[in-house]
Design a protein around this ligand. Structure first.
Ligand SMILES: Nc1nc2c(ncn2[C@@H]2O[C@H](COP(=O)(O)OP(=O)(O)O)[C@@H](O)[C@H]2O)c(=O)[nH]1
Ligand SMILES: [Mg+2]
Length: 308
């Protein structure tokens, strides 16, 4: 699909729904989408529920859609398996959206996954590439594992924090401070934002990363202050520009492929174990494992025989 074609919202919506419901076996058999060019830039927003991620994603998307960019927002929302964009859509005024034919917003339930991301999210992101998006914002709720999973899926990761919250302590404990490219102290119209930004700056300074790597920035943001959205948007551009000339790009690609493989194998293994006859579990662990491996081999050869 060429970037100049009009966005087919209906086809995209249907395809995303089909992917959300597809099994691991479907994913094995699936031919990769034929994606021209490098695909969309991917920007992740992660943080605690209520941190203002959806609101911020909406404002950023509107801001970045100006100038003719095709912007997608995918919000993985564990609490809304079927909201179909309503939850996120509520966060920006509908008349703001009306003049943006190239802005697409969608919520996705996180279903069975333990890491808080949606099954087949990598394939959904590829689908956005195939529909000619210039950029995709991916919102994930920070539930520990989600940040790690999200890290591999995006080029630029924003950690969204609330002033006067325990978010920073939580993030430090979970090792998330080392993963984020940009720290956003959100709702900076509330008290304590500047102090929190200074604290994060201090933490970032002592845990300086290796020379030649990106030094994370700390920004204040508020939905009621357009200039903060503009500044955040520029910081994203700066990180993207840095990435373009860094070996990190290749590492991210490999990390994505690794994540995708792990997800398919985990789901296939879970299926195989569920399908084993009960007496197998009276045998030794190596024998049980041999059964699972055999089932996995079947899955792999089934698909290599049916796909060209
Ligand atoms: N004071 C203030 N409230 C905000 C701001 N951004 C979002 N909110 C409110 O915070 C609540 C949670 O926002 P939401 O975007 O759904 O957070 P999410 O759970 O992280 O996606 C909503 O009631 C928003 O109206 C902000 O910049 N300042
Ligand atoms: Mg949200």
């Amino acid at each position: 699909m060429s970037e100049r074609e009009a966005l087919d919202r209906y086809a995209l919506g249907r395809a995303l729904t089909a992917l959300a419901n597809a099994s691991a076996h479907d994913m094995l058999a699936r031919a990769p989408d034929d994606v021209p060019g490098a695909g969309a830039r991917r920007i992740g927003l992660t943080g605690a529920p209520g941190a203002g991620k959806s609101t911020l994603a909406g404002h950023l998307a509107l801001h970045r859609a100006r100038g003719g960019h095709r912007m997608g927002v995918l919000a993985v929302d564990p609490s809304s398996p079927k909201s179909g964009g309503a939850i996120l859509g509520d966060r920006i005024r509908m008349d703001d959206l009306a003049g943006s034919p190239d802005l697409y917003i969608r919520s996705i339930g996180s279903r069975s996954t333990s890491d808080g991301l949606s099954d087949n999210l990598p394939e959904m992101l590829d689908l956005m590439d195939a529909h000619g998006f210039d950029e995709v914002l991916l919102e994930t709720v920070g539930v520990g594992q989600a940040e790690y999973a999200a890290r591999a899926q995006v080029d630029t990761l924003l950690l969204v924090l609330l002033p006067e919250s325990g978010d920073v302590v939580q993030a430090m404990k979970a090792g998330i401070m080392e993963m984020a490219d940009l720290f956003v102290v959100n709702k900076c119209d509330l008290a304590g934002a500047q102090k929190m930004a200074t604290d994060i700056q201090r933490i970032a300074a002592v845990s300086r990363r290796e020379a030649g790597t990106w030094q994370p920035r700390v920004l204040l943001a508020s939905s009621s202050k357009p200039e903060t959205i503009e500044a955040l948007s520029q910081a994203i551009d700066a990180h993207q520009a840095w990435l373009a000339s860094s070996p990190r790009q290749a590492q991210l690609r490999q990390a994505r492929a690794r994540y995708r493989l792990r997800r398919v194998v985990e789901r296939l293994a879970a299926h195989a174990i569920a399908a084993l006859p009960a007496p197998v579990f009276d045998t030794s662990m190596p024998r049980q494992l041999a059964h699972v491996i055999e089932a996995l081999q079947h899955s792999a050869s089934d698909t290599t025989e049916t796909t060209p």
